[in-house]
Unconditional design. Structure first.
Length: 283
C-alpha cells in the first residue's frame, strides 16, 4: 500500500534540503557546490541563493527557511555572535562551532581551506604614489581619500568602524556600493581604497594591491558549511558528504573559481559543477 509510513522503509526517502547563500560571487559558487554535491548523492535540493547580506541569510538559517549555507568563521564570531575578535583560526572555529550549537541549533562542518578575509586594497599605481604598502601607511592620508565598501563592511564592527578605530584614522568619504561595483570604482579611480575579498580573482586581474593589515585587525575568515542540527539528526551522512571538501580549496583555487564568474562571465552553477567533476566528487 502506498500509504505505508516512510519510516517502515530501511532507507526512507532522502530529506529535501534548502541551501542558502549571500549576494556575492563566491557565495553563489559555494552555494552551488553544496547543492550539486547533495543532488549528485540523490537529495532533492531547493536553491535559495543570493538572499542578501550576512544578517538575512543567518536569519533564514535560524528560522529554518534554509538548512545550510557556507559562512566565514570571523563573521560568525564578530558579526553574528558579537564576541570579541581573535586572531587564532583554531580558537575562532572552536568558539563558533560551540556557540552555534548552543544558540542557533546549527553546527559548523569542516572548513574547506580558504580564508576569505577582508583586504584593504588599492590600485597598485595609486598605492605607489602614496608610498603605501601597509594599512598604517594610510593614517596621515586617510583624510583626503575616498573609501568604497559594501553596505555591510561600512557598518560591521569587524568592518570600517573597527578598522578606523584600530588604525586611528578617518577616511574623507565612504561610499557604500554593491560588491561588484567596488572593483570597477577603484579601477576607474572613482574611489581610492576598497574593502576587497582576499579570495577575489579580480585583485590580480585588475593590478590591485592589498595593503598588509600590519596591526592584525581582521580575524580569520575560513569558510565552512553551517548546517541546522535537525537536518543532521534526520540524516547524519550529509555531514560526511560536505566534509569531503574539508581542506580541499585553498585561497588561490577559490580566487580562480571566482574569476571564472567575474571575468569569464560563466554561470556560478556551471563553475561549481565543473570543479566538483574535476575533483572526482560528482559524476
Amino acid at each position: 500500500p502506498t500509504s505505508a509510513p516512510a519510516a517502515a522503509k530501511p532507507s526512507g526517502p532522502k530529506p529535501r534540503v534548502a541551501i542558502g547563500s549571500k549576494n556575492f560571487t563566491e557565495q553563489l559558487i559555494v552555494g552551488n557546490i553544496v547543492a550539486a554535491l547533495l543532488e549528485d548523492a540523490g537529495y532533492p535540493v531547493d536553491r535559495k541563493l543570493n538572499l542578501g547580506g550576512t544578517a538575512v541569510v543567518h536569519q533564514a538559517l535560524v528560522n529554518g527557511d534554509v538548512d545550510a549555507y557556507v559562512e566565514y568563521t570571523g563573521t560568525g564570531l564578530i558579526a553574528l555572535l558579537r564576541l570579541p575578535p581573535d586572531t587564532d583560526p583554531r580558537n575562532v572555529y572552536n568558539t563558533v562551532k560551540r556557540e552555534y550549537e548552543a544558540q542557533f541549533k546549527s553546527t559548523w562542518l569542516q572548513p574547506w581551506g580558504f580564508n576569505n578575509t577582508y583586504a584593504v586594497t588599492m590600485r597598485a599605481d595609486r598605492a605607489a604614489e602614496l608610498g603605501a604598502r601597509k594599512v598604517s601607511d594610510l593614517k596621515d592620508r586617510a583624510g583626503s581619500l575616498t573609501f568604497g565598501a559594501t553596505q555591510e563592511f561600512a557598518t560591521r564592527p569587524d568592518g570600517l568602524p573597527g578598522l578606523q578605530d584600530t588604525y586611528g584614522m578617518k577616511f574623507n568619504e565612504v561610499r557604500a556600493m554593491d560588491p561588484g561595483l567596488m572593483y570597477q570604482a577603484v579601477g576607474s579611480r572613482q574611489v581610492d581604497v576598497i574593502s576587497a575579498f582576499a579570495t577575489d580573482g579580480r585583485i590580480p586581474a585588475l593590478n590591485l594591491l592589498t595593503l598588509e593589515d600590519d596591526l592584525k585587525f581582521f580575524p580569520p575568515y575560513f569558510a565552512a558549511p553551517v548546517v541546522r542540527q535537525d537536518l543532521l539528526e534526520k540524516d547524519p551522512t550529509i555531514a560526511d558528504l560536505l566534509n569531503k571538501l574539508g581542506g580541499k580549496i585553498d585561497d588561490k583555487a577559490m580566487a580562480a573559481l571566482n574569476l571564472q564568474v567575474d571575468q569569464d562571465k560563466k554561470e556560478p552553477d556551471e563553475v561549481a559543477k565543473a570543479y566538483l567533476k574535476e575533483q572526482g566528487l560528482i559524476r
